[in-house]
Write a protein that binds this ligand. Structure first.
Ligand SMILES: NC(=O)c1ccc[n+]([C@@H]2O[C@H](COP(=O)([O-])OP(=O)(O)OC[C@H]3O[C@@H](n4cnc5c(N)ncnc54)[C@H](OP(=O)(O)O)[C@@H]3O)[C@@H](O)[C@H]2O)c1
Length: 315
């Protein structure tokens, strides 16, 4: 790919974890909107759709400080959207060293690179910094993570808050969507596939989240860049739902037999890492300051369904 981005006058946005679900949606939105130039970075080779053009891709493992500093030196981005993270909560619990390296050490390198370029640093965090005793949470609520993933994200938030230039922390929860060559599944894809294969699926009805369409999250991140908004912002959907509710809505949308969906609760459902029960995020601040307005969960499933049908990640 030609590096004409270096000569472009548009502000540059460097995205970490661009092979991931959110990363791909951010690159796509930048290409569609045309306001920024995108530098997509990822661990290993590019896994974005082959037909996408007009952005640069750099292999950049965030745990490798030298690699990170070199990429920042080449591009000197105005904005950095730091989406790369070890996101599998149960793996984080058992592979603590690796989790710390990806989530904390890696972010230190991104902070160093951003500082050298005085970039506006936008960091992706999680509802799992909370204990789930009294959600949904706003930006002022007190964190108290229950699992190791949440602890590393909270520790990283504190590092970001000491960044000397513009910083924004974006807290989100239960992100769903589909993207090209994904390394992880999410609730809608998992339920759809399981029911199509006539499996019995167990879903908890005592955990609450405000599920977030990946496109909405990408839009929220870019609204932050557009407005130069700093501080902490919750960016998520608005409906407080349990995974059981989400599974039923998914079955109904795709016309699948809901008999395969069995209700359970967290005390019976063995998960390696403890999950906060009632989280979910209050998004009034993002609505007021950014003009952010997420889709309903049903509309979100509709968008995803269209993309699955067309295997279309362009529109
Ligand atoms: N998904 C959710 O439900 C959720 C909820 C709350 C917060 N968040 C936060 O939102 C952000 C985006 O999540 P997502 O849904 O897009 O997750 P994702 O699909 O798992 O994407 C994360 C990306 O980070 C990359 N990555 C991991 N370690 C890396 C490293 N050392 N160097 C470079 N890249 C690395 C992964 O690379 P590979 O593809 O090579 O594995 C992956 O592409 C994350 O910061 C996450 O903590 C997500």
């Amino acid at each position: 790919m030609d590096i004409n981005i270096l000569k472009s006058k548009k502000p540059k946005v460097l995205i970490t974890g661009a092979n991931g679900l959110l990363g791909q949606k951010i690159v796509k939105k930048i290409l569609i909107d045309g306001k920024y130039d995108a530098i997509a970075t990822g661990r290993g080779p590019c896994r974005l759709p082959g037909e996408w053009e007009g952005y640069d891709f750099e292999q950049m493992d965030i745990t490798n400080k030298k690699e990170v500093m070199e990429v920042f030196k080449i591009y000197s981005p105005q904005f950095v959207i730091h989406a790369a993270s070890m996101t599998d909560v149960d793996r984080c619990e058992v592979n603590r060293h690796s989790c710390f390296e990806q989530n904390v050490t890696g972010t230190k390198h991104i902070i160093n690179g951003s500082e050298a370029c005085k970039s506006h640093l936008i960091f992706l965090s999680t509802d799992f910094i909370f204990d789930g005793k009294n959600g949904p949470y706003d930006e002022e609520d007190r964190p108290n993570p229950l699992n190791y993933y949440g602890k590393t994200k909270l520790e990283t938030e504190k590092l970001v808050q000491n960044y000397p230039y513009n910083w924004t922390i974006v807290r989100t929860n239960l992100v769903y969507g589909t993207a090209h060559d994904m390394s992880r599944s999410n609730i809608i894809l998992w339920v759809k596939k399981g029911l199509e294969q006539h499996k019995m699926l167990e879903l908890v009805d005592d955990q609450f989240r405000t599920p977030t369409l990946a496109e909405d999250l990408a839009e929220g991140c870019l609204l932050i860049a557009d407005k130069g908004a700093t501080g902490i912002f919750n960016i998520s959907g608005e409906e407080l739902l349990t995974p059981y509710d989400m599974a039923l809505m998914t079955a109904m949308f795709f016309g699948l037999d809901r008999k395969g969906i069995k209700k359970t609760d967290s005390s019976h459902f063995g998960q390696v890492a403890a999950r906060p029960l009632r989280t979910g995020l209050i998004i009034n601040k993002a609505k007021e300051i950014l003009g952010f307005q997420p889709k309903s969960f049903e509309d979100g499933i509709g968008i995803l369904a269209k993309q699955i049908k067309l295997a279309d990640y362009k529109s």
